[in-house]
Design a protein around this ligand. Structure first.
Ligand SMILES: Nc1ncnc2c1ncn2[C@@H]1O[C@H](COP(=O)(O)OP(=O)(O)OP(=O)(O)O)[C@@H](O)[C@H]1O
Length: 279
């Protein structure tokens, strides 16, 4: 169906601590989940690889502490990974491990190639800027200087995420959680990134608000054909959004495949529990 992945993640590792001979073996008796009882190292992400294809939504599901956010933070350069490689198949970046690029090049990727929507809006928005100012700031960071174009695009984005324009000058700190997430989504889309990361974007929202944010994400995906990585502990969210999914446990990928297939025929005991909890 697709030719080439737009994003390739290879053997990503993140450990907090030096590690010791007792804990690099995944089967080690000294490991309690992802924690080494000998040296205290946390193996937050262990040998994670996946591909993301153009226009695809990839779900990453797993319980709290399974390493989902750590991995996303690594992909978005919020924190460094211990080892591994990430390739983005976009013109001049093709073939380069983007994890080893300069901070200027990483900034370029964050401005033009990636969009990010954090679980906590405080991480993605300047709460004391106006909503339209948040979007404008992201566009200016990407080199846009034409004020009327910035204003036109910002308004269009706010309308697309159903924020009434009469409220565009208000600071997101006075918005509800659902509205804050909508502004974050608008901001993340402002420079038309081909890849969007969504980290637990509906966690903590009321059920009806969750549903409307999920509908919005589906609508955006349908209209823009953007490639998305959706991280959630909630399989219901993944079921609604993702074509393909990976299941993480204790920093590792324990299962991957088409979301429907995983739901119909989960192989790993942990995935089976997740699926049965939906019934
Ligand atoms: N700075 C840190 N130092 C030590 N351990 C850490 C640090 N940050 C995260 N961890 C550990 O790494 C593991 C993975 O955490 P991570 O936040 O990525 O999990 P998660 O699946 O995203 O869960 P959640 O949704 O609760 O954030 C956890 O065991 C966590 O305690």
């Amino acid at each position: 169906m697709y030719e080439k992945p737009i994003l390739q993640v290879k053997h990503l590792q993140k450990q907090f601590g030096e590690g010791c001979p007792h804990c690099f073996d995944k089967e080690s008796v000294y490991l309690e989940k992802n924690y080494c009882t000998v040296c205290g190292t946390v193996h937050a992400v262990r040998d994670v690889s996946f591909d993301l294809y153009p226009g695809e939504v990839l779900g990453i599901v797993g319980e709290s502490g399974s390493g989902k956010s750590t991995m996303l933070q690594g992909l978005y350069f919020d924190s460094s990974m211990t080892s591994g490689a990430v390739y983005i198949n976009q013109s001049e970046l093709t073939g380069q491990n983007v994890l080893s690029l300069s901070s200027q090049q990483k900034r370029y990727i964050r401005n033009y190639i990636y969009g990010m929507v954090y679980q906590n809006p405080v991480d993605g928005l300047k709460m004391k800027f106006s909503s339209i100012g948040n979007i404008a700031e992201k566009m200016i960071a990407a080199g846009n200087r034409n004020v009327s174009n910035i204003e036109k695009r910002s308004k269009e984005l706010l309308e697309n995420v159903h924020i009434p324009l009469r409220r565009m000058k208000e600071e997101p700190q006075y918005f509800s959680g659902g509205m804050q997430q909508r502004v974050q989504i608008a901001k993340a889309l402002s420079n038309n990134p081909p890849i969007l990361f969504l980290d637990e974007v509906t966690t903590g929202l009321d059920l009806s608000v969750q549903a409307s944010v999920l509908d919005l994400i589906k609508q955006i995906q349908r209209e823009l054909h953007i490639s998305m990585v959706v991280v959630s502990h909630d399989l219901a969210v993944i079921r609604m959004l993702a074509d393909r999914s990976i299941v993480m446990l204790n920093g590792e990928v324990i299962e991957n495949g088409l979301t429907d297939q995983i739901l119909e025929d989960p192989q790993h005991e942990y995935t089976q529990q997740l699926v049965y909890s939906l019934l």
